[in-house]
Design a protein around this ligand. Structure first.
Ligand SMILES: Cc1ncc(C[n+]2csc(CCOP(=O)(O)OP(=O)(O)O)c2C)c(N)n1
Ligand code: SF4
Length: 252
């Protein structure tokens, strides 16, 4: 009897259990990155920059060279790595508290400079690791430990739509938003991850992909309900789509 393998662990993914909570989608996103690296056989050429947050232990899960950056500084560290080793494929993996709050300056300037790096941005509408504080992406009305009555626009402003902001910066060659709440969306996310890596590899500019993901623990939801929240609450405010694609629009 012959075997037909339809799914297997990417070779750059360590054969270990992750520390993520049940239903957390950091693992799904990291698998998509691993599949891309495998498909292009880039493991030896890649340096990943891990950020502060639940994904901080990424270097335990993906078997590649890594640099750990202080909170928010991943795009600056990635810039340094890419500039001293331009032949390397360099990506930063950041949460929304890390990227859109503490590291807002770093991402803006790295994008504006058009650094040839890839940013994998996981938006779970809160600071996950430290107990679910309000992030710049927290939705209006969403309760967090720092806005227990729900985020209020008059005092906290509206949630930031990072993919659209990034698309407006000239150094960004590719910017999109995807989700990982359905198999169809995961397939789209896989393609977006590839595009976000291809843009700097093709020397077009920065590649940026925002991925809508769950944090069942801090949302105080079951994994299934958290998955449904992406469809019901997140996608209506954070529309999925490609906001910039230099390959289709001409040189960046
Ligand atoms: C310089 C610095 N400031 C603050 C912290 C505390 N801290 C650690 S993780 C974290 C939240 C990260 O949230 P997010 O980026 O949304 O990632 P998630 O945990 O949701 O994946 C914070 C504030 C820190 N470790 N270092
Ligand atoms: S706290 Fe949230 S983001 Fe962190 S591992 Fe748990 S579910 Fe994932």
């Amino acid at each position: 009897m012959s075997e037909n393998i339809v799914f297997q662990r990417p070779s750059v993914m360590a054969d270990v259990a992750t520390h993520y909570c049940p239903g957390c989608q950091h693992g799904v996103v990291q698998r998509l990155v691993a599949e891309y690296i495998d498909s292009r056989q880039l493991a030896e050429k890649t340096v990943m920059v891990t950020s502060i947050g639940c994904s901080v232990l990424l270097y335990n899960y993906l078997l590649m060279d890594a640099v750990e950056a202080p909170h928010g500084r991943a795009p600056a560290v990635a810039t340094g790595v890419k500039r001293v080793a331009p032949d390397k494929v360099v990506f930063a993996y950041q949460g929304d508290g890390d990227l859109a709050s503490i590291g807002m300056a770093e991402i803006m300037h790295a994008a504006n400079r058009g650094e040839r790096i890839t940013i994998i941005f996981v938006n779970n509408t809160c600071y996950g690791m430290t107990g679910g504080q309000m992030a710049p992406t927290t939705l209006i009305g969403q309760k967090t430990t720092t806005c227990p009555s729900g985020r209020c626009a008059s005092s906290a402003g509206l949630p930031l739509r990072m993919a659209e902001i990034m698309a407006g910066l000239p150094g960004v060659a590719y910017a999109s938003r995807v989700a990982v709440n359905t198999t169809k969306h995961i397939a789209q996310a896989k393609k977006a991850v590839r595009m976000a890596f291809d843009a700097p590899l093709n020397d077009q500019g920065m590649g940026f992909v925002e991925i809508l993901a769950t944090c069942p623990t801090n949302w105080k939801m079951t994994p299934l309900a958290a998955n449904q929240r992406i469809a019901d609450e997140m996608i209506p405010y954070f529309p999925l789509g490609t906001f910039k694609d230099a390959k289709n629009a001409g040189a960046c």
